[in-house]
Design a protein around this ligand. Structure first.
Ligand code: HEC
Length: 245
């Protein structure tokens, strides 16, 4: 800090000390009032706006696509940003690396920012960083809230399906493939690859059925499905992006 700045700062500080209000009781009183109002607001909200009760739990379901609470939507979106590299990267980055880097930054910030200036408008860098990080969290939360990944039931937005492929799509939906895969923007961003253009790989049904029966981990084996369902499912998958779009 330049000596001139320090002088101006000291003057400001002395002035503030002369005219300002003391910590006790003024600041303590203000804190108590605001904290009290916050607690009352929470109690009133808890009484007036009840938590919504969803469908009864069905432990046998296979097509349930879990969705996080809204305050985790940003982490949910982070998972997608790091998706499709390998299975663990999204989990490590979105649930460990990024949040912990932010928390560590918060803890070490007083040691990095050594300036005596407290007023936020005199600290454009800190202010800018706060605005950017908060803005990013809000944007990711908004993206998460509007993400199509929660659509588990019904049909995928794929057209041109013939009878067998329609049955295959039903098998796909019924077996929870969409909790690891995405087709035409519907489903989970990972850990499995996006299957929107799976048909472009030119696999035949025998090769697809062999994969479904003995896939690489973490994809589970579907060897227990009836042969006809495996055939229908393979027809559906092998036409995705080519016959069925
Ligand atoms: C637990 C998560 C998970 C589930 C559930 C799952 N998969 Fe997968 N799937 C994966 C992963 C991960 C891969 C990539 C494996 C690899 O190549 O190492 C994969 C790969 C595939 C591939 C090959 C994709 C390619 O282009 O390489 C197909 C096809 C596929 N899955 C179809 C399905 C179908 C159909 C279902 C439901 C019957 C299903 N998966 C259920 C995780 C899953």
């Amino acid at each position: 800090m330049k000596p001139a700045d320090k002088k101006a700062y000291d003057k400001d500080y002395a002035q503030a000390k002369k005219t300002g209000k003391p910590f006790f009781p003024y600041a303590i009183y203000k804190d108590t009032v605001i904290a009290g109002l916050t607690v009352i607001a929470i109690i009133v909200l808890a009484i007036t706006i009840r938590v919504e009760v969803g469908e009864p739990v069905n432990p046998a379901t296979t097509d349930f696509i879990p969705r996080p609470e809204w305050y985790f939507y940003f982490a949910f979106e982070l998972l997608k940003i790091f998706a499709n590299q390998n299975v663990l990267t999204p989990v490590i980055m979105a649930t460990f690396m990024v949040p912990n880097i932010l928390i560590i930054l918060l803890v070490v910030w007083p040691f990095i920012d050594r300036g005596p200036e407290r007023r936020i408008w005199k600290r454009p860098f800190a202010l800018g960083l706060t605005v950017i990080v908060t803005g990013m969290l809000c944007y990711l939360t908004w993206l998460g809230a509007n993400s199509p990944a929660g659509v588990a039931k019904g049909a995928l937005p794929v057209s041109g399906l013939d009878e067998q492929a329609t049955k295959g799509m039903a098998v796909y939906m019924a077996n929870g493939c969409g909790s690891c895969h995405m087709v035409a923007g519907v489903g989970a961003p990972g850990p499995g690859p996006d299957l929107t253009n799976e048909g472009a790989k030119g696999w035949d049904n025998a090769k697809m059925i062999a994969w479904l029966k003995a896939p690489k981990a973490p994809m589970p084996s579907y060897a227990s499905l009836p042969p006809q369902e495996l055939e229908d499912l393979s027809t559906f998958l092998n036409g995705l992006g080519t016959k069925y779009k």
